[in-house]
Design a protein around this ligand. Structure first.
Ligand SMILES: [Zn+2]
Ligand SMILES: [Zn+2]
Length: 465
């Protein structure tokens, strides 16, 4: 028998004491003594949480970018080129290619020739921090089919997506394993032991299924495909992930009912027409697969809900998820509740873009007051899951909890207990897992440094029992 003392968080409340017999929690209460003969583990006033979840991680891409050359401190093209000279580029090779990531230049992306001048003979794949453009050296371009090579070697728009897809598909499986190890180590450092892993290809999902058992975390796999039959055959209960119904607010591609404030001729874009989307929803519904999709703007959320309502005939849609739901309206929230749909949100987005005069304000004008209405959703009884959208923001549940509690719009702040639940108990409810404290059969306690009153709160230690 073990007796744990601390500020133990469970089911929205804090308890003083936890009693554990063998592998099971017997009780949690506010008593101050330990039963005779029990082993005492006293953590005073430290906060102890169940294992955290991150419900939205671009799993392998995050790991690949963690292994890439990080250029987030570099501000201009010439700085970039200078900083590469003298580096051992071989250290950043993924397969045959050097990956570079995080570059957000004040001026422009380098062209092929400029990259070649510093490439040390190794093909270079340089992606801009916002993910919406990339540059390739000449030797990297040569790896592409001829019709994908362009003079300057600076890609944006639809062809960029194709180039990125091409390089991702080229990554050898052993490199994916290394990428997985990197993500999981990063996740463990911040106590994220339940990982919702979004993967773009069935081959990658199969690889993850093969290696998953070696990791001390729980992994839920989401395949970003509309191939219902293949995903069904893999035995998953959901399909999709960050599968795009619309784009992003930053790039003016999130689908809005009213035009962008700073681009009045645009309402963003929808990636599917209703017929295609409804056909996908119907097939998934018939196979019992929950559809999980990225919807940021109110017009995209409307399309998801319209198709979901038609596919299910109004029946409850357990496990179905809208990812992001940043500009969801009150009326749409009511339909989400009606259908039992879950919202998977990223509170850190608000801290990053939701501040007064932040990106949302610039793009949306007055509507920026209504982004990410998590408090309204919670008060309506909607299940909210927390995530990072890594690689977009870092995997960091404690930071997500802090952001939810300190939402830039005071009316949308939620209390600490509810914020912790978004990253612990709610994901367990969603997945129907047996025990919030157990990962792969063992009890894990997250011993916190700090109590979420500052953004620096972190996991000090994971105690595995
Ligand atoms: Zn997304
Ligand atoms: Zn995403």
């Amino acid at each position: 028998m073990r007796t744990i003392f601390g500020k133990i968080f469970h089911d929205g409340k804090f308890f003083r004491r936890m009693l554990i017999d063998k592998d099971d929690i017997i009780t949690m209460d506010n008593e101050n003594y330990a039963p005779d003969g029990s082993e005492i583990m006293d953590y005073d006033d430290s906060v102890i949480c169940p294992p955290f979840a991150d419900c939205h991680i671009h799993f392998f891409q995050t790991g690949l970018y963690l292994g890439a050359l990080d250029l987030s401190d570099v501000n201009t093209k010439s700085e970039l080129l200078e900083s590469i000279v003298g580096l051992s580029l071989n250290d950043y090779r993924i397969g045959d290619v050097v990956w570079m990531w995080g570059f957000d230049p004040e001026d422009t992306m380098p062209n092929s020739e400029e990259l070649d001048s510093v490439a040390q003979g190794i093909p270079i794949f340089l992606r801009r921090a916002d993910g919406h453009s990339c540059s390739l050296s000449k030797s990297a371009q040569k790896m592409l089919p001829p019709d994908m090579r362009i003079d300057e070697g600076i890609y944006s728009g639809a062809i960029q997506e194709k180039v990125v897809d091409y390089f991702l598909r080229m990554v050898p499986l052993p490199e994916l394993t290394i990428a997985a190890e990197r993500v999981i180590q990063t996740a463990l450092d911040v106590g994220a032991m339940r990982i919702h892993a979004l993967v773009p290809y069935i081959r990658w999902a199969e690889h993850l299924m093969n290696i998953e058992s070696q990791f001390p975390v729980e992994i839920e796999i989401f395949i970003e495909s509309t191939d219902v039959q293949s995903v069904y055959e893999l035995g998953l209960e959901q399909i999709g992930g960050c599968l795009l119904v619309d784009g992003s607010i930053g790039s003016h591609t999130a689908a809005l009912n009213e035009p962008y404030y700073d681009k009045p001729d645009s309402r963003g874009m929808l990636y599917y027409d209703d017929t295609e989307l409804l056909d996908f929803f119907h097939k998934a519904y018939q196979k019992g697969l929950a559809v999980v999709m990225h919807c940021i703007g109110d017009r995209a959320i409307e399309q998801y809900l319209r198709c979901a309502e038609m596919a299910s005939g109004g029946e409850k849609l357990h496990r179905w998820r809208i990812e992001h739901a940043e500009l969801i309206t009150f009326q749409q929230l009511e339909r989400v509740r009606e259908l039992g749909i879950t919202l998977s949100v990223q509170p850190a987005f608000e801290t990053r873009w939701g501040m007064e005069n932040g990106l949302y304000k610039k793009r949306l004008g007055e509507r920026a007051r209504y982004t990410n209405p998590i408090r309204t959703a919670l008060d309506m009884g909607i299940l909210l899951l927390g995530g990072s959208d890594a690689y977009v923001t870092p995997i960091d549940p404690p930071a997500g909890i802090w952001s939810a509690k300190n939402h830039p719009k005071p009316s949308q702040r939620i209390n600490l207990a509810d914020a912790i639940k978004m990253f612990t108990e709610n994901p367990v409810l969603w997945a129907n897992s047996p025990d919030v404290w157990k990962i792969k059969g063992n009890i894990n306690l997250m011993l916190m440094a700090g109590d979420f009153s500052s953004p620096q709160t972190a996991v000090k230690q994971i105690i595995r029992l």
